[in-house]
Design a protein. Structure first.
Length: 131
């Protein structure tokens, strides 16, 4: 998860775990560190196919849209599911997120059910849930 708000990270971590999506939850607060964190996880033997990125839009310095563009243009990480989390209900933000290749968008704050239902509709995640 990439979010500059530690409270959002804490709350989302709890929801993600309650929904049973992850065994391991890694968070970053600095946009510039995301790719190096992914690189480090891969070096440690974590399969990139197990990654799901939860990405806040409103980040200092480099916003979530720019981070999403970087991920989608990266030769190794371009196919990782990226789920946008934002306090913005702006339809333009949602449309831009979709146009840049996000796999979903949910407005914060959200309930366990909203989160679970949104994520289970991402094909890569649905397949993993059925395994």
């Amino acid at each position: 998860m990439l979010d500059d708000n530690v409270d959002e990270i804490f709350l989302t971590r709890r929801i993600v775990r309650r929904c049973g999506f992850v065994n391991r939850f890694i968070s970053e607060q600095n946009s510039e560190d995301l790719l190096s964190t992914l690189d480090e996880l891969v070096k440690l033997g974590t399969s990139k196919d197990s990654f799901l990125i939860l990405l806040d839009i409103n980040m200092p310095r480099i916003d979530g849209f720019e981070v999403l563009k970087t991920i989608r243009n990266h030769p190794i990480y371009k196919n990782i599911p990226v789920f946008m989390l934002s306090a913005s209900e702006d339809r333009e933000d949602m449309k831009r997120s979709d146009n840049l290749g996000s796999n979903g968008y949910i407005v914060k704050p959200f309930s366990d059910d909203q989160f679970f239902n949104a994520l289970k509709n991402i094909p890569q995640i649905k397949q993993k849930l059925l395994q």
